[in-house]
Design a protein around this ligand. Structure first.
Ligand code: GMT
Length: 382
């Protein structure tokens, strides 16, 4: 198949998932065309069957904001026509589903049909999408997609609760490429970060409010009062400065490393003893799954799709959002008991194996084929 992929090209989960789907499908012989405003971060080397088309919005003195949606729609029309794409897969509803609809309508006016699959990732439904500034367009454009997928049962339910969706939503979860994410011996890193054998707690996120990074710091402080430990903070975003201030206020800056955006996050997960994800909302929690693939137990909140990923009492522990005290107690329980930590680590790996890319990619291929078959039927009977 020739597939166009639209996504945010940043470190965010939706962009990562979209890029890995594209790379995986290209390895299987499909031709993949990424259409984004910047080269996606995980599209970092040459790969056969992968193409990249940059969207550039033309600026003009009249514009306060260059109209990205118009530029993207025009680019989609161009790429779909001239690369002869079979299907367009857009990730994150805002604004991609609406833009895809516009491109589809433009092409239809020229007699060219392109089916569109929209994947819902999380905040496009649970947070931003519900804002009155976007909600009517989000609901309309999801309904106009030819196929809809959501990354967890929880996100599917949330979509149906918050929007009047008339079409079936297929759940296709996030996935792991075990060629990259697995426990490897990185003892030299461990020695550098925790020279006296301190336990290492890790948090990975985009430092948005929804990630509740301040809870990570409070959990760490409570653990630190009982067990010698270090905290690795990976990623960057709007809350970073507040978090740095909090670290200073509690006097633990020397034990907390801000590592910023890291490409080889798996090397840091390989030396982690515990992963902390206290999010206020989380449709799936890809960062937690990546930790689990590296045999790291997880302390998380119990919102959204997290209970589908982190199994309470088996791969880690779940607590209500904001229950920092319980999260810290659970963290200590794991870190103080090597046997429990090892069992949770093994269970975490087993759970992650259910999300092996080898099982998940074929679900997308099958879904695309179903959509294409329906569309052929529709156009021949129209
Ligand atoms: O806010 C983020 O975590 C980034 C966001 C995105 O769309 O870029 O991630 C969402 O999609 C990921 C991939 O499907 C999921 O694993 C994350 O749970 C989800 N984030 C939230 O729901 C907050």
């Amino acid at each position: 198949m020739k597939i166009g992929i639209v996504c945010y090209p940043t470190f965010g989960g939706s962009g990562v998932v979209a890029t890995e789907i594209g790379k995986g499908l290209a390895e299987k012989g499909h031709q993949i065309h990424f259409i984004t405003y910047r080269q996606p971060v995980r599209l970092d080397s040459f790969q056969e069957n992968v193409f990249y088309h940059e969207v550039s919005s033309h600026d003009y003195p009249l514009f306060e904001y260059a109209p990205y949606e118009t530029a993207l729609a025009s680019k989609l029309v161009d790429v779909i026509k001239y690369e002869n794409l079979d299907l367009l897969h857009v990730h994150y509803a805002i604004p991609h589903a609406a833009v895809a609809y516009m491109a589809k309508k433009i092409l239809l006016s020229e007699g060219r049909y392109i089916p569109v699959v929209t994947t819902l990732h999380g905040t496009d439904i649970t947070l931003v999408g519900q804002n009155a500034s976007y909600a009517p367009v989000v609901a309309f454009s999801i309904n106009k997609s030819d196929g809809i997928t959501a990354v967890s049962d929880s996100l599917k339910k949330a979509t149906l609760t918050h929007f009047d969706i008339k079409k079936e939503i297929k759940v296709i979860p996030n996935f792991i490429d075990f060629r990259r994410f697995q426990k490897r011996n990185k003892d030299h890193f461990k020695k550098a970060i925790a020279p006296d054998g301190e336990k290492i707690l890790t948090h990975v996120s985009n430092f948005r409010k929804v990630k509740r990074v301040e809870d990570v710091i409070h959990i760490f402080k409570a653990v630190y009062d009982k067990i010698p430990c270090k905290l690795l903070l990976i990623g960057d975003g709007p809350e970073r400065q507040n978090i740095e201030r909090l670290c200073r206020d509690i006097g633990l800056c020397h034990e907390i490393r801000f590592l910023g955006k890291q490409d080889a996050v798996e090397e840091l997960l390989a030396i982690s003893d515990l992963f902390v994800m206290p999010s206020g909302s989380e449709s799936f929690g890809l960062a937690a799954l990546e930790a689990m693939a590296c045999e790291v137990p997880v302390i998380s909140s119990n919102v959204g799709g997290l209970p589908e990923v982190n199994i309470h009492g088996e791969t880690g522990f779940l607590s209500d959002v904001g229950n920092v005290k319980e999260m810290a107690e659970n963290a200590i329980k794991i870190l103080e008991n090597e046997e429990l930590a090892a069992t949770f680590g093994k269970n975490a790996l087993e759970q992650a194996q259910r999300y092996d890319i080898k099982h998940v990619l074929p679900l997308y291929e099958k879904f695309y084929l179903e959509i294409l078959e329906n569309e052929v039927h529709k156009t021949t009977t129209a």
